[in-house]
Design a protein around this ligand. Structure first.
Ligand SMILES: Nc1ncnc2c1ncn2[C@@H]1O[C@H](COP(=O)(O)OP(=O)(O)OP(=O)(O)O)[C@@H](O)[C@H]1O
Length: 559
């Protein structure tokens, strides 16, 4: 152990600090006081106040060691010795040697960058490394400045290091490195060559991709989950029969036989039937059993689209076709349905001008967009539906015969529910299962209630039955609905389920309810006095789509 004197301490131009084993400062020379002041510290008592890391070195009992560190942008080399001072007990002597190297503007800029920058000289001695390295990896890279890459051990940064490979290959190389703090960086090493083609420097840049990897993993998990949910959904669909046509009557069996046969061809199909009998359900079944099942089935409610928008909705429009048009133009429903099926619901409400245009599309197997001149070929199967009678549709000159013959190659008539009462029983069970599952309940109905449902006329057909079952499931107070509870729940219905259709409105009731009844009455009267919804709506001063919406929502029951 060397012995140092007071004179030696004072005469040395480099900073010297003496501490005891715990790092408590015993003596500092003038140069050390300068460093202390430059750090903005008025007085220091422990070496840990300069940097806790130094104290750790002494505590490790290192007798002699050397390391470099950055203080105030200056690179300091520190030597630690165990010494005897003036013949007294042993002390630790910290010798601070400020290296010539001083952080310049470039280094400060480097420290601002979020990506890692590491620079090695031609001999692979670490010249510069920015703060980002420590931020991302938790490793104090600056402590290794001045050391050769081969001297630096014990951290992942240099395990199988990239720089020697770049020197060898003299080309840009990349690799992914995982650090002990869990971060993953992609490092890219670029060789800087002299004119002669020798290595001058190696610059390594690194980007923290931990978040990207996390996201990738999350995405993978989400994809797997999506697959699982999709399978579950399919199972559920099967369980709940979401796409199923429920029936047990011979009449419905015959209708289905025709529909399935028809689905194997590309012929147009025309479905007749009262509102809510299941025309759309049938159309989807035909599409799903046809060879077009993997292509879209686009349903268009001809009465719900405002007259002025029909053409652009059907065929789309070109850029700038009219004021208010979308800049990039728009695909029409026909283009969307290409290869698949178009279901033209409420076809009887299609204005006469659109009927001519539709006829042309069917004849030419293609169309031009609004404002366009290019012919767009289209291959679709047409399924049309109406709740008008044949007489209402054809005998009032509202529908073109030629179009009807084109659309109605195969006619299918779905009977109202009251004419196929055997279907009521399976439908009730199907909807009970469906809504019990949906609302997580376990409601069933008594035999007496089933008798009521069977006796009832169902002017709103399957849609009305579905609505009633949903209401029973939601409002039931007990698990098995008996007659008394049924009457209570049904009491507020605008239809009297026992008589099969009379309006109950002879008692005082909330005005909202009364208004609903009046509204339904008026709409029904208008519909019975006019041959189609458009005329009825005109008379009532409302849009045809409002009537259709109310029918769909079960607010209007048609008989
Ligand atoms: N046979 C059936 N099996 C299962 N659900 C059915 C059946 N028939 C109809 N539904 C259900 O009843 C409701 C009405 O059916 P859909 O919309 O197909 O009737 P629609 O005749 O097309 O009515 P609208 O003429 O008002 O358009 C839908 O919720 C449908 O799922």
């Amino acid at each position: 152990m060397i012995t140092i004197s007071k004179d030696f301490m004072e005469s040395m131009p480099i900073a010297l600090i003496l501490t005891d084993e715990q790092g408590n400062i015993y003596k500092m020379n003038e140069a050390a006081v300068k460093i202390q002041k430059s750090m903005g510290l008025s007085s220091i008592h422990s070496i840990a106040e300069i940097d806790p890391k130094f104290e750790a070195k002494a505590l490790e009992g290192q007798e002699q060691s050397q390391w470099t560190h950055c203080i105030n942008n200056c690179l300091i080399q520190i030597n630690l010795y165990k010494v005897r001072y003036e013949e007294s007990d042993s002390y630790y002597l910290y010798v601070y040697n400020q290296l010539k190297y001083k952080m310049n503007e470039m280094d400060q800029v480097m420290d601002f960058i979020d990506d890692v920058v590491i620079i090695f000289n031609k001999d692979l001695v670490l010249e510069k490394i920015n703060d980002a390295f420590q931020r991302h990896t938790g490793i104090d890279g600056k402590a290794y400045i001045g050391k050769s890459i081969f001297e630096i051990e014990n951290d992942n940064m240099l395990e199988d290091p990239l720089a020697p490979k770049v020197v060898e290959a003299k080309e840009i190389l990349s690799k992914k490195v995982k650090y002990s703090n869990g971060s993953v960086l992609t490092l890219t090493g670029v060789p800087i060559l002299t004119k002669e083609g020798d290595i001058k420097k190696v610059i390594i840049t690194g980007r923290d991709i931990t978040k990207i990897i996390d996201l990738e993993e999350k995405l993978k998990k989400a994809e797997n989950q999506k697959k699982k949910y999709y399978t579950k959904l399919k199972e559920l669909e099967e369980y709940l029969g979401a796409n199923e046509v429920i029936y047990s009557s011979d009449e419905m069996q015959k209708i289905l036989n025709i529909a399935i046969k028809a689905s194997k061809t590309d012929s147009s199909i025309f479905i007749w039937g009262e509102s809510g009998v299941g025309k759309e359900v049938m159309a989807r079944l035909i599409h799903n059993t046809s060879s077009r099942k993997d292509k879209p089935c686009i349903a268009i409610n001809c009465a719900a689209i405002p007259k002025e928008l029909l053409e652009s909705e059907f065929f789309g429009y070109e850029e700038g076709a009219f004021t208010g048009a979308r800049k990039q133009g728009k695909k029409g429903l026909f283009e969307e349905a290409d290869g698949g099926t178009i279901f033209l619901d409420e076809i009887g409400e299609l204005p006469i001008e659109m009927q001519s245009k539709l006829l042309r599309v069917i004849q030419e197997n293609g169309f031009t967009k609004v404002g366009g001149s290019k012919f767009i070929p289209v291959n679709v199967r047409y399924i049309s539906a109406t709740n008008l009678t044949r007489d209402q549709l054809l005998n009032h000159k509202r529908f073109r015969q030629d179009l009807f013959f084109r659309l109605g190659v195969i006619p299918i008539r779905i009977l109202p529910l009251r004419e196929r009462k055997e279907d009521i029983f399976p439908l009730v069970h199907h909807f009970l299962k469906h809504f019990n599952y949906k609302y997580n309940l376990n409601v069933s109905i008594s035999k007496e209630v089933m008798k009521h449902l069977y006796r009832y006329d169902w002017p709103g057909n399957v849609r009305e039955l579905k609505n009633i079952i949903e209401r029973l499931v939601i409002l039931a107070e007990t698990d098995v609905i008996d007659e008394e509870e049924y009457q209570l729940i049904i009491k507020f219905d605008i239809y009297n389920h026992d008589t099969g259709g009379g309006i109950v409105n002879d008692s005082v009731m909330p005005l909202k309810e009364a208004y609903k009844i009046l509204e339904e009455n008026m709409i029904k009267r208008a519909l019975s006095e006019h041959s189609n919804v458009v005329e009825a709506a005109e008379r009532l001063g409302i849009a045809p789509s409002t009537i259709y919406r109310k029918i769909k929502k079960g607010e209007i029951h048609l008989k």
